[in-house]
Write a protein that binds this ligand. Sequence first.
Ligand SMILES: [Zn+2]
Length: 120
Amino acid sequence: MVRIAKERMDILKEEAHRAAINGDMELSHRCTTLHHRIAMRYNLRKDRESRIRTCRSCGGFLMPGNTASVRIRRGLPATRCNRCGRRHVFGRAEYQDGRNRPGKGTRHHNRENVNTEAPQ
Ligand SMILES: [Zn+2]
C-alpha cells in the first residue's frame, strides 16, 4: 500500500506542476491537497520540492510569480501565498545545512556565510 501511495504522490506532484503551467490553478490546488492527504494517511514524508511548493495554510500550489511571491528575508527566501496570504520561510531543513543557518542576530553580520541561492 505504501508503494502505491508513493506512486500516487509522485503522479499528483507532476500533475499539480503541469496544471499550474497550463493555467488551471484549481486543478493544481486540488492535486496538492490530495498529495498532502495521502502523505498524512500513510505517514509518508513529502520530498523537499513538494514541501516548498505547498501552502501550509490553504494547501494551494505555490508557484512563484503566479500564486506565490518570493522575497529574500534574512538571507532566506520568504514565500507568500497569494491565495490566503500565509507567509512561509522554508529555511530550517529545506534550504540550509546546519553550518551556515541564519537565525536571530545574523542580519547585520556573518553575511558572507549566508547562502542566498535558491534551490533548483
Ligand atoms: Zn495559502
